[in-house]
Design a protein around this ligand. Structure first.
Ligand SMILES: NC(=O)CC[C@H](N)C(=O)O
Length: 356
């Protein structure tokens, strides 16, 4: 049974939200962010880009479809986005004790306890989200009424990419075309997508100098925290950009490609996290609904003349992708692999394969 103790969510601006615990019986701290998707907690909790964050789900009833089994083929899980839960804590309005789904094998509460991650329910997540939208993302902590306080933890005080990237090269051999995947904290659905295109994937750590590999294309993954920690990746990308082999980046990959191109990246007030973020292809009226999870954005006004903005967010007009004018280099800030979310932009994987 879940812990169900009186616990508090405390924000760095002093606001306190009273709730009750589920999941692991443990206090926690991190950056409090919110995701507006209605479904997708198994994918979101295991997305490495959420490392160190306390995730608020704005959909008011969470847990009612349980959690799937962690079946894996070659280390790639069927339904999760990595090997473990990456959030430091989970904030929900109502936790559904009952669950029912064809592939559910356990409750969300059981899974959180197994992975030693605390949850808090009974929080007015609409009010909390309004606070985060007005004041910006904030540090926060989940603390117990009957225990000593803990300090705030700022996930941006350390290199999170180094924590979640693979530690050595992993090869997935299938087709003839060789793609180097620079792993900044890759979501498994990116690997599933690329393998479904029959590629020979060589997954390398974020700071690996891949220039010695004879590859056909380069892929830069998503990843947690500030892109400023990934100077090594940016240096390697710059060297690759002197040639003309195709480069495709997603999310952190967009930010790192932009930095390699000389542009600036800044932190958004509260980020984009959800499954219905509208983007428009620059210079057209073509729009897509996308899955997103990012706190930083590229300042595309700082791109030099060889680069163009590729997509624009229709809510706040921030950059959602860049492309090179003449070379086959492009990246998107949103998630074409979805997981969770709409698959409308999955065609980018085919676009990339056609360039190889
Ligand atoms: N999903 C991602 O790759 C996120 C990139 C980066 N950590 C950000 O928050 O903007």
């Amino acid at each position: 049974m879940y812990t169900d103790k009186a616990v508090r969510l405390v924000l760095e601006n002093g606001m306190v939200f009273q709730g009750r615990s589920f999941g692991a019986e443990k206090m926690t701290s991190g950056e409090v962010v919110f995701n507006t998707a209605m479904v997708g907690y198994p994918e979101n909790l295991t997305d490495p880009s959420y490392e160190g964050q306390i995730l608020t789900l704005t959909y008011p009833i969470i847990g009612n479809y349980g959690v799937p089994a962690n079946n894996q083929v070659d280390g790639i899980s069927d339904f999760f986005e990595s090997e473990r839960i990456h959030v430091n804590g989970l904030i929900v309005q109502e936790y559904s004790r009952e669950y029912s789904h064809w592939n559910a094998v356990k409750s969300l509460d059981e899974w959180l306890r197994e992975e030693n991650v605390p949850g808090i329910y009974g929080i007015d997540t609409r009010m909390l989200t309004k606070v985060l939208r007005e004041k910006g993302s904030m540090l926060g902590k989940i603390v117990y009424d009957d225990a000593d306080d803990i300090p705030y933890y700022d996930p941006e005080s350390e290199n999170l990419v180094d924590k979640v990237s693979c530690k050595q090269i992993i090869e997935y051999k299938q087709g003839e075309k060789k793609v180097v995947l620079v792993d900044c904290g890759v979501k498994h659905n990116i690997i599933r997508q690329l393998l479904s295109k029959n590629l020979h994937l060589i997954r390398v750590p974020w700071d690996y100098d891949f220039s010695g590999i004879d590859y056909d294309g380069l892929f830069i993954t998503n990843g947690p925290g500030s892109p400023d920690y990934c100077g090594a990746t940016v240096e390697h990308l710059r060297k690759a950009m002197a040639g003309d082999k195709p480069i495709f980046g997603i999310c952190m990959g967009n930010q790192l490609l932009a930095k390699a191109a000389g542009a600036k990246v800044y932190k958004l007030k509260y980020g984009h996290r959800g499954a219905n973020q509208p983007v428009r292809k620059a210079g057209t009226n073509t729009c897509y609904v996308t899955s997103q999870n990012h706190g930083y954005a590229v300042d595309d006004k700082t791109l030099d003349g060889d680069w163009l903005p590729y997509f624009v967010n229709m809510n706040d007009a921030t950059n959602e992708g860049i492309r090179h004018l003449s070379k086959p280099f492009f990246s998107v800030q949103f998630h074409p692999e979805a997981a969770a979310g709409p698959t409308d932009t999955e065609f980018f994987f085919d676009d990339f394969v056609k360039l190889l």
